[in-house]
Design a protein around this ligand. Structure first.
Ligand SMILES: [Zn+2]
Length: 402
């Protein structure tokens, strides 16, 4: 299959827009959206809402849920910003496409890494350039190009503000939206070589909380029961659940316990993250973590475990594989070589796919050093990925809803 006249036109126009696309990414980067920074998140949301409204979309804001209290201290600030949903489905037939992105980054809005700047090899460096302000530009430009060519694709865009801290606030909204769509596309960064992401491991958060009895460490040591010692044992037991060949990972930290060296500590906590290759493994690992808890309300020592498997595994189902193969055909038609990858990293694609539609991820820009102070993006991947997404959406819209 080769590009038809409309696809050629979309591709040519996008290529001609590279410098404007890059300028807009720079503008988005200048709105700091890390650490739950409300003013930056609001500016960026409005910047994108204006463009989506111009495409005829109806904008809806959905309140985010509160996240579990015990998560607070480890997953960064809770932005709790309403979720933006832009609908362009009314009067349109064919498969309903859900496009998903996140506004937040992991970068400190008051830190030294603030602006987008060119690198000597042609890349640009900046906070969130690849994860995922470049991807947001790709998403909007692909839709602008479809609308400009009169393509009546039925699409919905959802933009969340808390993906980097686990999407606890937006999970319910994402799940509900996903259930009413036929395909989903997520603009997380491509892999380093430009591959799309078809499968992701699952992930969850947990907290181990130990209770003991305080006592003076010298005068009454024997009356004390150390929560730190109880916690330490549980940390070792939890770490023993790691099975790398099976894709079972348990990472523990930070830890907290005790108030002074001369007091037997009566409270201690540790937070952790667990990862699993598939949901059956996830359930098994979850039960093994649950089994670390012991003691009833009045017992000391006592160990409590709180956990939340907030990212179910995202397997490469037959439908996902087929969608990925069709995307690869588009890439080939564009003269690109794009593979289909699996990764241990998680995203909103995990939640969306579990709720129904086959989901293709990694449709964002190429770059690297995500979450670091030298995060970079290749500017030529902006029109490249926008063409890929626009043409893929156009071709998918002509297929059945299956
Ligand atoms: Zn991301």
């Amino acid at each position: 299959m080769a590009l038809d006249a409309t696809e050629h036109s979309m591709h040519d126009r996008l290529k001609a827009q590279q410098s404007q696309m890059l300028l807009r990414v720079g503008e988005m980067v200048s709105m700091p959206t890390g650490y739950g920074n409300k003013s930056g998140l609001l500016s960026l949301r409005e910047f994108l809402a204006v463009r989506l409204r111009n495409l005829g979309a109806t904008i809806e804001l959905i309140d985010a849920d509160a996240r579990p209290e015990w998560i607070e201290s480890t997953s960064g600030p809770d932005a709790r910003m309403p979720i933006l949903v832009a609908h362009r489905t009314q009067g349109r037939t064919g498969p309903r496409m859900l496009l998903c992105g996140h506004l937040d980054t992991v970068h400190d809005p008051k830190g030294t890494f603030q602006r987008m700047e060119p690198r000597s090899d042609g890349a640009v460096v900046g906070p969130g350039v690849v994860d995922m302000k470049g991807g947001l530009e790709v998403l909007v430009c692909a839709l602008e190009m479809l609308e400009a060519h009169g393509e009546r694709v039925a699409w919905t865009v959802v933009l969340v503000s808390d993906e980097e801290s686990g999407s606890f606030g937006s999970a319910a909204a994402l799940t509900k939206l996903a259930a009413t769509h036929d395909r989903a596309f997520v603009v997380e960064p491509a892999t380093a070589s430009g591959d799309l992401v078809v499968a992701r491991a699952g992930s969850g958060q947990f907290m181990l909380q130990a209770f003991g009895r305080a006592a003076h460490a010298g005068r009454d040591f024997a009356k004390g029961i150390s929560a730190v010692t109880a916690l330490a044992k549980a940390v070792v037991d939890a770490s023993a659940l790691v099975d790398i060949p099976r894709g079972r990972l348990v990472n523990i930290g930070p830890l907290q316990g005790g108030v002074a060296t001369n007091i037997v500590p009566d409270a201690a906590r540790a937070w952790g993250n667990f990862r699993f290759a598939n949901d059956a493994e996830g359930r098994e690992l979850g039960l093994a973590l649950d089994a670390l808890a012991y003691g009833s309300e009045s017992d000391v020592p006592r160990l409590r475990l709180c956990k939340n498997a907030n990212r179910p595994a995202k397997p490469c189902t037959d439908q996902v594989k087929a969608l990925g193969l069709r995307a690869q055909i588009v890439a080939t038609d564009l003269g690109l070589s794009v593979g289909l990858a699996s990764t241990g990293g998680v995203s909103d694609a995990n939640l969306i796919q579990q709720a129904g539609p086959p989901t293709l991820d990694g449709l964002g820009v190429r770059g690297g050093n995500l979450h670091r102070n030298d995060e970079f993006m290749w500017p030529d991947s902006l029109p490249e990925r926008a063409s890929l997404l626009a043409i893929l959406l156009r071709r998918e819209s002509r297929l059945s809803t299956e």
